[in-house]
Write a protein that binds this ligand. Structure first.
Ligand SMILES: Nc1ncnc2c1ncn2[C@@H]1O[C@H](COP(=O)(O)OP(=O)(O)OP(=O)(O)O)[C@@H](O)[C@H]1O
Length: 252
Protein backbone atom coordinates (compact mmCIF):
# COMPACT_ATOMS: atom_id res chain seq x y z
CA UNK A 1 0.00 0.00 0.00
CA UNK A 2 2.95 2.35 0.66
CA UNK A 3 3.85 2.41 -3.02
CA UNK A 4 0.47 3.68 -4.23
CA UNK A 5 0.70 7.28 -5.37
CA UNK A 6 -1.25 9.43 -2.93
CA UNK A 7 -2.63 12.77 -4.04
CA UNK A 8 -4.31 13.74 -0.77
CA UNK A 9 -2.44 16.10 1.58
CA UNK A 10 -3.05 13.63 4.41
CA UNK A 11 -4.39 10.10 4.19
CA UNK A 12 -5.57 8.05 7.17
CA UNK A 13 -6.51 4.41 6.85
CA UNK A 14 -8.06 2.47 9.73
CA UNK A 15 -6.43 4.72 12.30
CA UNK A 16 -7.16 4.12 15.96
CA UNK A 17 -5.73 5.82 19.03
CA UNK A 18 -6.29 4.28 22.41
CA UNK A 19 -5.21 5.81 25.71
CA UNK A 20 -4.95 4.53 29.23
CA UNK A 21 -5.10 1.15 30.85
CA UNK A 22 -5.50 -1.67 28.27
CA UNK A 23 -8.02 -3.30 30.62
CA UNK A 24 -10.11 -0.14 30.52
CA UNK A 25 -9.08 1.74 27.35
CA UNK A 26 -10.23 5.17 26.18
CA UNK A 27 -10.87 5.01 22.43
CA UNK A 28 -9.99 8.54 21.29
CA UNK A 29 -10.08 7.46 17.61
CA UNK A 30 -11.78 4.33 16.30
CA UNK A 31 -10.88 2.96 12.89
CA UNK A 32 -10.82 6.35 11.12
CA UNK A 33 -10.25 6.37 7.35
CA UNK A 34 -10.29 9.79 5.73
CA UNK A 35 -8.40 11.97 3.24
CA UNK A 36 -7.65 15.64 3.81
CA UNK A 37 -7.55 16.74 0.20
CA UNK A 38 -5.34 19.31 -1.42
CA UNK A 39 -7.23 22.36 -2.69
CA UNK A 40 -9.88 21.78 -0.06
CA UNK A 41 -10.75 23.44 3.24
CA UNK A 42 -12.07 20.83 5.68
CA UNK A 43 -13.63 21.72 9.02
CA UNK A 44 -13.57 19.11 11.80
CA UNK A 45 -16.43 19.40 14.27
CA UNK A 46 -17.93 17.32 17.05
CA UNK A 47 -18.71 17.37 20.75
CA UNK A 48 -16.05 17.88 23.41
CA UNK A 49 -14.03 14.68 23.82
CA UNK A 50 -15.05 13.31 20.40
CA UNK A 51 -11.41 13.04 19.23
CA UNK A 52 -10.83 16.21 17.18
CA UNK A 53 -7.50 17.18 18.77
CA UNK A 54 -6.32 13.57 18.74
CA UNK A 55 -7.09 13.43 15.02
CA UNK A 56 -5.02 16.57 14.39
CA UNK A 57 -2.15 15.32 16.55
CA UNK A 58 -1.89 11.92 14.85
CA UNK A 59 -2.11 13.57 11.40
CA UNK A 60 0.82 15.79 12.41
CA UNK A 61 2.82 12.88 13.80
CA UNK A 62 2.78 14.62 17.21
CA UNK A 63 0.96 11.61 18.65
CA UNK A 64 1.35 7.97 17.60
CA UNK A 65 -1.58 6.05 16.18
CA UNK A 66 -2.22 2.78 18.07
CA UNK A 67 -3.19 1.14 14.77
CA UNK A 68 -3.57 2.04 11.10
CA UNK A 69 -1.60 3.92 8.45
CA UNK A 70 -1.04 7.64 7.86
CA UNK A 71 0.57 9.40 4.90
CA UNK A 72 1.64 13.04 4.59
CA UNK A 73 1.41 13.47 0.84
CA UNK A 74 3.09 10.29 -0.42
CA UNK A 75 5.16 9.80 2.75
CA UNK A 76 4.10 7.16 5.28
CA UNK A 77 4.65 8.46 8.82
CA UNK A 78 3.79 5.41 10.92
CA UNK A 79 7.06 3.76 11.95
CA UNK A 80 9.24 6.76 11.02
CA UNK A 81 11.93 7.77 13.51
CA UNK A 82 11.65 11.05 15.40
CA UNK A 83 14.14 12.95 13.21
CA UNK A 84 12.56 11.95 9.90
CA UNK A 85 9.14 12.76 11.28
CA UNK A 86 10.28 16.19 12.49
CA UNK A 87 11.74 17.02 9.07
CA UNK A 88 8.54 15.95 7.31
CA UNK A 89 6.45 17.95 9.72
CA UNK A 90 8.64 21.02 9.27
CA UNK A 91 8.52 20.91 5.49
CA UNK A 92 4.94 19.82 4.95
CA UNK A 93 2.79 21.17 7.78
CA UNK A 94 1.83 24.63 8.97
CA UNK A 95 0.24 24.77 12.42
CA UNK A 96 -2.16 27.28 13.86
CA UNK A 97 -3.08 26.61 17.46
CA UNK A 98 -5.49 28.51 19.66
CA UNK A 99 -2.58 29.10 22.05
CA UNK A 100 -0.47 30.76 19.28
CA UNK A 101 2.83 29.03 20.23
CA UNK A 102 4.99 32.04 19.39
CA UNK A 103 8.56 32.23 20.69
CA UNK A 104 8.40 34.96 23.39
CA UNK A 105 11.95 36.25 22.85
CA UNK A 106 11.55 36.76 19.08
CA UNK A 107 9.80 39.67 17.37
CA UNK A 108 6.73 39.10 15.22
CA UNK A 109 8.87 39.26 12.08
CA UNK A 110 11.40 36.78 13.50
CA UNK A 111 8.61 34.41 14.52
CA UNK A 112 7.20 34.54 10.99
CA UNK A 113 10.63 33.70 9.57
CA UNK A 114 11.46 30.99 12.09
CA UNK A 115 10.33 28.03 9.91
CA UNK A 116 12.67 29.21 7.15
CA UNK A 117 15.57 29.59 9.61
CA UNK A 118 14.92 26.10 11.03
CA UNK A 119 14.80 24.68 7.51
CA UNK A 120 18.15 26.38 6.79
CA UNK A 121 17.15 28.67 3.93
CA UNK A 122 15.93 32.22 3.38
CA UNK A 123 12.53 32.93 1.84
CA UNK A 124 12.60 33.17 -1.95
CA UNK A 125 11.50 36.42 -3.66
CA UNK A 126 8.08 34.85 -4.27
CA UNK A 127 7.80 33.80 -0.63
CA UNK A 128 8.83 37.32 0.46
CA UNK A 129 6.02 38.86 -1.55
CA UNK A 130 3.56 36.28 -0.16
CA UNK A 131 4.70 37.15 3.40
CA UNK A 132 4.24 40.86 2.64
CA UNK A 133 0.75 40.16 1.29
CA UNK A 134 -0.18 38.14 4.40
CA UNK A 135 1.27 40.72 6.81
CA UNK A 136 -0.54 43.56 5.03
CA UNK A 137 -3.90 41.84 4.72
CA UNK A 138 -3.83 40.89 8.41
CA UNK A 139 -2.91 44.44 9.47
CA UNK A 140 0.47 43.56 10.99
CA UNK A 141 2.76 45.87 9.02
CA UNK A 142 3.49 48.22 11.91
CA UNK A 143 3.71 45.42 14.48
CA UNK A 144 6.56 43.39 12.99
CA UNK A 145 9.22 44.68 15.40
CA UNK A 146 7.18 43.87 18.51
CA UNK A 147 7.61 40.93 20.86
CA UNK A 148 4.56 38.66 21.40
CA UNK A 149 4.10 40.15 24.91
CA UNK A 150 3.66 43.57 23.26
CA UNK A 151 0.86 42.32 20.99
CA UNK A 152 -2.82 41.67 21.69
CA UNK A 153 -4.13 38.09 21.57
CA UNK A 154 -5.65 38.71 18.16
CA UNK A 155 -2.38 40.14 16.82
CA UNK A 156 -0.41 37.18 18.20
CA UNK A 157 -2.81 34.79 16.46
CA UNK A 158 -2.40 36.69 13.19
CA UNK A 159 1.39 36.38 13.49
CA UNK A 160 0.97 32.62 14.05
CA UNK A 161 -1.23 32.42 10.96
CA UNK A 162 1.27 34.28 8.78
CA UNK A 163 3.98 31.92 10.07
CA UNK A 164 1.87 28.85 9.21
CA UNK A 165 0.99 30.07 5.72
CA UNK A 166 4.36 31.65 4.82
CA UNK A 167 6.12 28.58 3.46
CA UNK A 168 2.99 27.32 1.64
CA UNK A 169 3.08 23.92 3.35
CA UNK A 170 1.16 21.01 1.81
CA UNK A 171 -1.20 20.98 4.75
CA UNK A 172 -2.31 23.50 7.33
CA UNK A 173 -3.62 22.12 10.61
CA UNK A 174 -5.59 24.68 12.58
CA UNK A 175 -7.12 24.08 16.00
CA UNK A 176 -9.76 26.73 16.81
CA UNK A 177 -7.73 29.39 14.95
CA UNK A 178 -10.38 32.08 15.32
CA UNK A 179 -11.23 31.32 18.96
CA UNK A 180 -9.44 34.43 20.26
CA UNK A 181 -10.21 36.82 17.39
CA UNK A 182 -12.80 39.54 16.83
CA UNK A 183 -15.36 39.06 14.08
CA UNK A 184 -13.56 41.13 11.45
CA UNK A 185 -10.16 39.48 11.99
CA UNK A 186 -11.82 36.04 12.09
CA UNK A 187 -13.35 36.73 8.70
CA UNK A 188 -9.96 37.76 7.31
CA UNK A 189 -8.30 34.64 8.68
CA UNK A 190 -11.01 32.35 7.30
CA UNK A 191 -10.85 34.08 3.92
CA UNK A 192 -7.07 33.57 3.90
CA UNK A 193 -7.49 29.87 4.66
CA UNK A 194 -10.02 29.62 1.83
CA UNK A 195 -7.56 31.37 -0.52
CA UNK A 196 -4.74 29.07 0.60
CA UNK A 197 -6.83 26.07 -0.44
CA UNK A 198 -8.36 27.43 -3.67
CA UNK A 199 -5.45 29.40 -5.10
CA UNK A 200 -2.43 27.70 -3.63
CA UNK A 201 -3.69 24.12 -3.55
CA UNK A 202 -3.04 23.58 0.14
CA UNK A 203 -5.06 21.12 2.19
CA UNK A 204 -6.59 22.71 5.27
CA UNK A 205 -7.97 20.89 8.30
CA UNK A 206 -9.52 23.18 10.90
CA UNK A 207 -11.04 22.13 14.21
CA UNK A 208 -13.81 24.49 15.24
CA UNK A 209 -16.89 24.64 17.41
CA UNK A 210 -18.07 27.75 15.57
CA UNK A 211 -20.74 27.18 12.88
CA UNK A 212 -19.87 30.48 11.17
CA UNK A 213 -16.17 29.51 10.90
CA UNK A 214 -17.14 26.03 9.65
CA UNK A 215 -19.38 27.54 6.96
CA UNK A 216 -16.24 28.87 5.21
CA UNK A 217 -15.04 25.28 4.71
CA UNK A 218 -15.74 23.23 1.59
CA UNK A 219 -16.39 20.14 3.64
CA UNK A 220 -17.36 19.46 7.25
CA UNK A 221 -16.35 16.23 8.98
CA UNK A 222 -18.25 15.41 12.13
CA UNK A 223 -16.66 13.25 14.82
CA UNK A 224 -18.51 11.54 17.65
CA UNK A 225 -16.96 9.16 20.14
CA UNK A 226 -13.76 8.79 18.10
CA UNK A 227 -15.41 7.97 14.77
CA UNK A 228 -16.36 10.05 11.73
CA UNK A 229 -20.15 10.02 11.75
CA UNK A 230 -20.88 12.49 8.98
CA UNK A 231 -19.48 14.43 6.06
CA UNK A 232 -21.30 17.47 4.71
CA UNK A 233 -20.86 20.13 2.06
CA UNK A 234 -22.52 23.44 1.31
CA UNK A 235 -24.12 24.03 4.71
CA UNK A 236 -24.84 27.51 6.04
CA UNK A 237 -24.17 28.44 9.70
CA UNK A 238 -27.79 27.80 10.69
CA UNK A 239 -27.78 24.32 9.17
CA UNK A 240 -24.45 23.58 10.89
CA UNK A 241 -25.72 24.59 14.32
CA UNK A 242 -28.89 22.52 13.80
CA UNK A 243 -26.70 19.56 12.87
CA UNK A 244 -24.54 19.95 15.99
CA UNK A 245 -27.58 20.27 18.23
CA UNK A 246 -29.02 17.07 16.75
CA UNK A 247 -25.70 15.28 17.28
CA UNK A 248 -25.35 16.49 20.86
CA UNK A 249 -28.83 15.08 21.48
CA UNK A 250 -27.89 11.75 19.89
CA UNK A 251 -24.66 11.38 21.88
CA UNK A 252 -25.86 12.82 25.22
N1 LIG B 1 -3.15 11.99 26.63
C1 LIG B 1 -4.33 11.46 26.90
N2 LIG B 1 -4.49 10.51 27.86
C2 LIG B 1 -5.68 9.96 28.12
N3 LIG B 1 -6.82 10.27 27.48
C3 LIG B 1 -6.74 11.21 26.53
C4 LIG B 1 -5.51 11.85 26.18
N4 LIG B 1 -5.76 12.74 25.17
C5 LIG B 1 -7.08 12.66 24.92
N5 LIG B 1 -7.68 11.74 25.72
C6 LIG B 1 -9.09 11.35 25.71
O1 LIG B 1 -9.42 11.03 24.37
C7 LIG B 1 -10.73 11.50 24.06
C8 LIG B 1 -10.65 12.46 22.85
O2 LIG B 1 -9.97 13.65 23.28
P1 LIG B 1 -9.71 14.88 22.30
O3 LIG B 1 -8.89 15.88 23.05
O4 LIG B 1 -9.17 14.38 21.02
O5 LIG B 1 -11.20 15.43 22.08
P2 LIG B 1 -11.68 16.80 21.39
O6 LIG B 1 -12.80 16.43 20.48
O7 LIG B 1 -10.53 17.52 20.82
O8 LIG B 1 -12.27 17.59 22.65
P3 LIG B 1 -12.41 19.19 22.91
O9 LIG B 1 -13.44 19.70 21.93
O10 LIG B 1 -12.94 19.23 24.32
O11 LIG B 1 -11.05 19.80 22.77
C9 LIG B 1 -11.27 12.14 25.33
O12 LIG B 1 -12.05 11.17 26.01
C10 LIG B 1 -10.02 12.49 26.10
O13 LIG B 1 -10.28 12.51 27.48
Amino acid sequence: MNTIERTAAVTLRNVSRTYGDPANPIHALRDVSVDINRREFTAVMGPSGSGKSTLMNVMAGLDEASAGQIWLGANPIVGLGDTARTILRRTMIGFVFQSFNLVPTLTADENIRLPFILAGHRPTAEQESWITHLVTSLGLRDRLGHLPSELSGGQQQRVAIVRALAGRPTIILADEPTGALDTRTSREVLTLLTTAAREYGQGIAMVTHDPVAASYADRILVLADGAIVGEYRGLDPRQISDLLITLQGATA
